[in-house]
Ligand binder design. Structure first.
Ligand code: AHR
Length: 496
């Protein structure tokens, strides 16, 4: 058995965790909205059509912020179709679906209140532009006395929605995006839209589109060009990344968190490069507003279906290994909490999601639900700088440490260590120096692992995979010792 070490000392910190790191994403895609969060005919639905069983799981998941309405969907979206008494059905070319618009902005805002989350709204900069973004802002946020604010009031929302956080389009570098742009075109459009939106409200928080993935040929150059135009007008740059085992290469898949860390560091370096060039005083932060495990190669094979309403799209069924990778991605985000202020796991329900539903049937937790819920519950406070020393393994991603870890100190002084063992066949012994925590002891050690790393939850057996109490972790003479099973996500809480 191999051994890894690290030191936990509250004197060495990364930064405070912005609660918005635990965001999610609701797109009009497949069954995320319809028969996901919204299903008026379901026995668990309230008068508003929102599934109460799903709302309870969203609260348990600990989601803080929800991005809406897309995604690729937003680049063809006309927000006016989804407000007021007359709804208009449209073709959604992005997902080859029929969008009835029976759920729109007003329903989403009511749902955010029911779920206790903050909205993150994307404007359409694909098939639309500045004028429509301003119209949406006026409709959503202006109190009254104008055509669009009074229209909102006539639609039953007397108070402004007061949406603070706005994305300037979505993945505008992608050839799949309706109205894709060059970096120059998008940079100019983003800065003009941002300036105009800030003329209405200078305190909005704005996110510019970064590359849609680190593998895009223009990754880095796109960011530099867009920010050369928009640096002073935006607060955040977006990052997106999805991971899957390619050609069955599970060892590299387990290294996804390392790839995510590189992407964050590269994007931050590009922001800082533009800051130096422009002699700016401000710092643009990062919004990792789409991340997850997505078996994208499988989804591609299922494309070109007939036009349908709420088809089953991207309904990935996650196993233990997927949950461990999701845990590792959460560790990567926390390890960069000083720079990544917001993140959205894509998506919330049914579509590559931690929550699954059946129309008229139950809502249940996928394996990936658990690392997110635990990180959101115990990952609030200040990230401590831990530098694991670990045995490594070779894979397509290079030389990767077996141990991936971070620690967060809560306001009550409790320290939570989040740790993943990437080994597929060996337990990993962990020895962590915790002398700086005084007489702290192990309050709890839970582990998500399984003799069968392909085990999954189902509607019939929804608790097959879940974190379970582990035994044996203890602090002795200033050292925490614990054994991490192969392919495992571990949460070890230390306190008095
Ligand atoms: O989350 C699924 C899709 O992935 C989103 O619509 C798009 O932005 C990304 O390519």
């Amino acid at each position: 058995m191999s051994e890894a070490t690290l030191t936990i000392d509250p004197a060495f910190t990364v930064g405070d965790v912005d609660p918005r790191l635990f965001g999610s994403f609701v797109e009009h895609l497949g069954r995320c909205v319809y028969t996901g969060i919204y299903e008026p005919d379901h026995p668990a639905a309230g008068a508003d059509g929102f599934r109460r069983d799903v709302l309870a799981l969203v609260r348990e998941l600990g989601v803080t912020t929800v991005r809406y309405p897309g995604g690729n969907f937003v680049s063809g979206h006309r927000w006016e179709d989804g407000v007021g008494p007359e709804r208009r059905a449209r073709l959604d070319p992005a997902w080859r679906s029929i969008e009835p618009n029976t759920f729109g902005l007003g329903e989403f805002m009511a749902w955010t209140r029911a779920a206790g989350v903050a909205p993150m709204m994307a404007v359409n900069l694909g098939t639309r532009g500045l004028r429509e973004a301003l119209d949406l802002l006026e409709y959503a946020n202006h109190p009254s006395g104008t055509a669009l604010s009074d229209l909102r009031r006539a639609h039953g929302a007397a108070e402004p929605y007061d949406i603070r956080l706005w994305c300037l389009g979505n993945e505008m570098d992608g050839p799949w995006q309706l109205g894709e742009r060059t970096a120059e075109e998008y940079g100019r459009l983003a800065v003009r839209t941002a300036r105009a939106m800030r003329m209405i409200d200078p305190d909005l928080e704005l996110v510019a589109c970064g590359s849609s993935g680190a593998a895009m040929p223009t990754f880095g150059a796109w960011e530099a060009t867009v920010l050369s135009h928009a640096y002073e007008e935006v607060d955040h740059l977006s990052l997106h990344a999805y991971y899957e085992p390619l050609d069955g290469d599970v060892a590299s898949f387990l290294a996804s968190g390392a790839l995510m860390e590189s992407q964050i560091e590269d994007a931050a370096a590009t922001c800082d490069h533009v800051r130096a060039l422009t002699r700016s005083k401000k710092r643009v932060n990062l919004s990792f507003d789409e991340w997850n495990v997505w078996y994208m190669t499988r989804s591609r094979a299922a494309a070109q279906e007939p036009w349908r309403h709420a088809p089953r799209l991207l309904e990935d069924h996650y196993d233990v290994t997927d949950a461990v990778v999701v845990g590792s991605l959460l560790i990567a985000l926390l390890r960069h909490a000083d720079r990544v202020r917001m993140a959205c796991q894509a998506q919330l329900v049914n579509v590559i999601a931690p929550i699954r539903t059946e129309p008229g049937g139950p809502a249940w937790r996928q394996t990936t639900f658990h690392p997110f819920a635990q990180a959101s519950r115990h990952g609030r406070g200040r990230v401590l700088r831990v530098e694991p020393r670990s045995p490594v393994y070779e894979c397509a991603a290079g030389e990767v440490p077996l141990l991936h870890a971070t620690a967060v100190q809560g306001r009550d002084g409790t320290v939570t260590l989040f740790a993943v063992n990437r080994s597929r066949d060996e337990p990993l012994d962990l020895a962590a120096g915790v002398r700086a925590l005084g007489d702290a002891r192990v309050l709890e050690h839970t582990v998500l692992a399984d003799a069968d790393p392909a085990a999954r939850n189902t509607a019939a057996d929804p608790a097959r995979v879940r974190p379970r109490p582990a035994h044996g972790a203890a602090v002795d003479a200033g050292t925490l010792r614990a054994t991490l099973p192969p392919v495992s996500w571990n949460v070890i809480r230390l306190g008095r």
